[in-house]
Design a protein around this ligand. Structure first.
Ligand code: E4P
Length: 220
Protein backbone atom coordinates (compact mmCIF):
# COMPACT_ATOMS: atom_id res chain seq x y z
CA UNK A 1 0.00 0.00 0.00
CA UNK A 2 1.32 3.42 -0.91
CA UNK A 3 1.16 6.13 1.73
CA UNK A 4 0.53 9.70 0.59
CA UNK A 5 0.52 12.83 2.72
CA UNK A 6 -2.65 14.88 2.45
CA UNK A 7 -1.17 18.32 3.01
CA UNK A 8 0.29 21.31 1.18
CA UNK A 9 2.40 22.34 4.15
CA UNK A 10 6.09 22.25 3.22
CA UNK A 11 7.39 21.66 6.77
CA UNK A 12 5.13 18.64 7.18
CA UNK A 13 6.17 17.33 3.78
CA UNK A 14 9.88 17.75 4.58
CA UNK A 15 9.44 15.86 7.88
CA UNK A 16 7.47 13.05 6.23
CA UNK A 17 9.87 12.79 3.29
CA UNK A 18 12.83 12.53 5.67
CA UNK A 19 11.33 9.36 7.18
CA UNK A 20 11.59 7.73 3.76
CA UNK A 21 8.09 6.28 3.75
CA UNK A 22 6.06 8.87 1.86
CA UNK A 23 5.15 7.78 -1.66
CA UNK A 24 3.28 10.87 -2.81
CA UNK A 25 1.09 13.82 -1.90
CA UNK A 26 -2.53 14.85 -2.32
CA UNK A 27 -3.67 18.44 -2.06
CA UNK A 28 -6.99 20.17 -2.55
CA UNK A 29 -7.95 23.83 -2.94
CA UNK A 30 -8.67 24.17 0.81
CA UNK A 31 -5.23 22.79 1.76
CA UNK A 32 -3.48 25.06 -0.78
CA UNK A 33 -5.45 28.09 0.44
CA UNK A 34 -4.30 27.38 4.02
CA UNK A 35 -0.68 27.88 2.91
CA UNK A 36 -1.44 31.25 1.25
CA UNK A 37 0.53 30.50 -1.92
CA UNK A 38 -1.20 30.10 -5.33
CA UNK A 39 -1.75 26.55 -6.60
CA UNK A 40 0.89 26.31 -9.35
CA UNK A 41 3.63 27.87 -7.24
CA UNK A 42 2.95 25.65 -4.20
CA UNK A 43 2.67 22.48 -6.30
CA UNK A 44 6.07 23.24 -7.88
CA UNK A 45 7.59 23.57 -4.39
CA UNK A 46 5.99 20.30 -3.26
CA UNK A 47 7.41 18.50 -6.31
CA UNK A 48 10.91 19.50 -5.20
CA UNK A 49 10.40 17.94 -1.76
CA UNK A 50 8.58 14.68 -2.43
CA UNK A 51 9.70 12.26 -5.12
CA UNK A 52 6.34 10.73 -5.97
CA UNK A 53 2.95 11.44 -7.49
CA UNK A 54 1.53 14.83 -6.46
CA UNK A 55 -2.19 15.51 -6.92
CA UNK A 56 -3.07 19.09 -7.91
CA UNK A 57 -6.75 19.98 -8.22
CA UNK A 58 -8.43 22.15 -10.85
CA UNK A 59 -10.60 24.97 -9.56
CA UNK A 60 -12.75 25.51 -12.63
CA UNK A 61 -16.02 23.68 -12.94
CA UNK A 62 -16.62 23.78 -16.71
CA UNK A 63 -15.09 21.22 -19.07
CA UNK A 64 -13.35 23.67 -21.44
CA UNK A 65 -11.66 25.53 -18.58
CA UNK A 66 -10.82 22.29 -16.78
CA UNK A 67 -8.98 21.10 -19.89
CA UNK A 68 -6.85 24.28 -19.98
CA UNK A 69 -6.15 24.01 -16.26
CA UNK A 70 -5.29 20.32 -16.53
CA UNK A 71 -2.72 21.04 -19.25
CA UNK A 72 -1.22 23.83 -17.14
CA UNK A 73 -1.01 21.74 -13.96
CA UNK A 74 0.39 18.69 -15.71
CA UNK A 75 3.17 20.81 -17.21
CA UNK A 76 4.47 21.82 -13.75
CA UNK A 77 6.25 18.49 -13.21
CA UNK A 78 6.13 14.96 -14.57
CA UNK A 79 4.86 13.71 -11.21
CA UNK A 80 1.73 15.87 -11.20
CA UNK A 81 -1.57 13.99 -11.24
CA UNK A 82 -4.48 16.29 -12.11
CA UNK A 83 -7.35 16.13 -9.66
CA UNK A 84 -10.87 16.71 -10.94
CA UNK A 85 -14.12 16.57 -9.00
CA UNK A 86 -16.56 13.72 -9.56
CA UNK A 87 -18.86 15.77 -11.79
CA UNK A 88 -19.98 15.41 -15.41
CA UNK A 89 -17.44 18.01 -16.50
CA UNK A 90 -14.73 16.39 -14.37
CA UNK A 91 -15.34 12.95 -15.85
CA UNK A 92 -15.48 14.36 -19.39
CA UNK A 93 -12.13 16.06 -18.83
CA UNK A 94 -10.63 12.89 -17.38
CA UNK A 95 -11.90 10.74 -20.27
CA UNK A 96 -10.58 13.15 -22.90
CA UNK A 97 -7.12 13.85 -21.46
CA UNK A 98 -6.40 10.38 -20.07
CA UNK A 99 -6.16 9.31 -23.71
CA UNK A 100 -3.35 11.85 -24.13
CA UNK A 101 -1.43 10.35 -21.21
CA UNK A 102 -2.36 12.87 -18.49
CA UNK A 103 -3.04 11.09 -15.20
CA UNK A 104 -6.18 11.97 -13.23
CA UNK A 105 -7.32 11.63 -9.66
CA UNK A 106 -11.11 11.79 -9.50
CA UNK A 107 -11.98 13.27 -6.14
CA UNK A 108 -15.05 13.68 -3.92
CA UNK A 109 -16.25 10.14 -4.62
CA UNK A 110 -19.03 8.98 -2.33
CA UNK A 111 -20.55 6.00 -4.15
CA UNK A 112 -19.50 2.81 -5.97
CA UNK A 113 -21.44 3.99 -9.04
CA UNK A 114 -19.32 7.15 -9.19
CA UNK A 115 -16.17 5.04 -8.88
CA UNK A 116 -17.32 2.93 -11.82
CA UNK A 117 -17.66 6.07 -13.99
CA UNK A 118 -14.16 7.24 -12.99
CA UNK A 119 -12.65 3.87 -13.93
CA UNK A 120 -14.44 3.92 -17.29
CA UNK A 121 -13.04 7.41 -17.90
CA UNK A 122 -9.53 6.00 -17.41
CA UNK A 123 -8.78 7.69 -14.07
CA UNK A 124 -5.39 6.87 -12.56
CA UNK A 125 -6.82 7.25 -9.02
CA UNK A 126 -10.29 7.34 -7.54
CA UNK A 127 -10.54 9.13 -4.18
CA UNK A 128 -13.41 7.84 -2.01
CA UNK A 129 -13.72 9.92 1.17
CA UNK A 130 -13.95 7.75 4.28
CA UNK A 131 -13.96 10.26 7.13
CA UNK A 132 -16.66 12.48 5.68
CA UNK A 133 -19.03 9.49 5.72
CA UNK A 134 -18.06 8.70 9.29
CA UNK A 135 -18.87 12.35 10.09
CA UNK A 136 -22.48 11.69 9.17
CA UNK A 137 -22.62 8.43 11.17
CA UNK A 138 -22.23 6.15 8.13
CA UNK A 139 -19.43 3.59 7.84
CA UNK A 140 -17.12 5.12 5.23
CA UNK A 141 -14.83 2.09 4.96
CA UNK A 142 -17.59 0.03 3.34
CA UNK A 143 -17.23 2.27 0.28
CA UNK A 144 -13.56 1.29 -0.05
CA UNK A 145 -14.43 -2.42 0.16
CA UNK A 146 -17.13 -2.08 -2.50
CA UNK A 147 -14.95 -0.15 -4.96
CA UNK A 148 -12.00 -2.54 -4.54
CA UNK A 149 -14.36 -5.45 -5.29
CA UNK A 150 -15.91 -3.79 -8.36
CA UNK A 151 -12.50 -2.90 -9.81
CA UNK A 152 -11.28 -6.47 -9.20
CA UNK A 153 -14.40 -7.92 -10.88
CA UNK A 154 -13.56 -6.17 -14.15
CA UNK A 155 -9.79 -5.74 -13.96
CA UNK A 156 -9.97 -1.93 -13.96
CA UNK A 157 -6.52 -0.39 -13.64
CA UNK A 158 -7.72 2.65 -11.66
CA UNK A 159 -6.10 2.67 -8.21
CA UNK A 160 -8.25 3.12 -5.12
CA UNK A 161 -6.87 6.02 -3.11
CA UNK A 162 -8.56 5.97 0.28
CA UNK A 163 -8.98 9.63 1.24
CA UNK A 164 -10.25 11.54 4.23
CA UNK A 165 -8.49 9.06 6.55
CA UNK A 166 -8.53 10.48 10.05
CA UNK A 167 -6.78 7.89 12.24
CA UNK A 168 -4.24 5.03 12.20
CA UNK A 169 -7.23 2.68 12.51
CA UNK A 170 -8.65 4.09 9.26
CA UNK A 171 -5.29 3.49 7.54
CA UNK A 172 -5.12 -0.13 8.74
CA UNK A 173 -8.75 -0.77 7.72
CA UNK A 174 -8.16 0.73 4.27
CA UNK A 175 -5.11 -1.52 3.85
CA UNK A 176 -7.16 -4.56 4.89
CA UNK A 177 -9.84 -3.58 2.39
CA UNK A 178 -7.22 -3.62 -0.37
CA UNK A 179 -6.90 0.13 -1.10
CA UNK A 180 -3.85 0.75 -3.29
CA UNK A 181 -3.10 4.07 -1.60
CA UNK A 182 -4.03 5.80 1.63
CA UNK A 183 -3.69 9.56 1.92
CA UNK A 184 -3.45 10.97 5.41
CA UNK A 185 -2.76 14.18 7.27
CA UNK A 186 0.74 14.47 8.75
CA UNK A 187 -0.70 14.08 12.25
CA UNK A 188 -2.10 10.64 11.39
CA UNK A 189 1.19 9.49 9.82
CA UNK A 190 2.96 10.58 12.99
CA UNK A 191 0.43 8.75 15.18
CA UNK A 192 1.02 5.53 13.23
CA UNK A 193 4.44 5.16 14.88
CA UNK A 194 3.03 5.07 18.39
CA UNK A 195 2.47 2.06 20.61
CA UNK A 196 2.85 2.12 24.41
CA UNK A 197 4.41 -1.38 24.41
CA UNK A 198 7.12 -0.16 22.00
CA UNK A 199 7.98 2.67 24.41
CA UNK A 200 7.86 0.40 27.46
CA UNK A 201 9.95 -2.31 25.78
CA UNK A 202 12.60 0.13 24.59
CA UNK A 203 12.87 1.74 28.01
CA UNK A 204 13.45 -1.68 29.60
CA UNK A 205 16.04 -2.75 26.97
CA UNK A 206 18.06 0.41 27.53
CA UNK A 207 17.78 0.19 31.32
CA UNK A 208 19.03 -3.43 31.32
CA UNK A 209 21.91 -2.59 29.02
CA UNK A 210 22.97 0.45 31.05
CA UNK A 211 22.86 -1.59 34.27
CA UNK A 212 25.24 -4.17 32.78
CA UNK A 213 27.70 -1.99 30.91
CA UNK A 214 27.57 1.69 31.91
CA UNK A 215 30.68 2.88 33.75
CA UNK A 216 30.29 3.05 37.53
CA UNK A 217 29.14 6.47 38.79
CA UNK A 218 32.06 8.79 39.68
CA UNK A 219 33.39 8.54 43.25
CA UNK A 220 32.85 4.78 43.65
C1 E4P B 1 -8.32 13.98 -0.47
O1 E4P B 1 -7.56 14.05 -1.39
C2 E4P B 1 -8.75 15.09 0.37
O2 E4P B 1 -7.79 16.11 0.25
C3 E4P B 1 -8.82 14.75 1.82
O3 E4P B 1 -8.44 13.43 2.09
C4 E4P B 1 -10.05 15.21 2.49
O4 E4P B 1 -9.96 14.93 3.85
P1 E4P B 1 -10.94 15.60 4.92
O5 E4P B 1 -12.30 15.01 4.73
O6 E4P B 1 -10.36 15.24 6.24
O7 E4P B 1 -10.93 17.08 4.64
Amino acid sequence: MKLFLDTANLDELRKGAAWGIVDGVTTNPSLIAKEGVPMEQQIARICEIVDGEISAEVVSTKHAEMVEEAYKLSRIHKHVVVKVPMTRDGIQTCAKLSKEGIRFNVTLCFSPAQALLAAKAGAHFISPFVGRFDDIATEGMELIRQIVKIYQNYGFKTQVLAASLRSPLHVAQAALAGAHVGTLPFKVLDQMFNHPLTDKGLEQFLKDYAKAFDPAPAGR
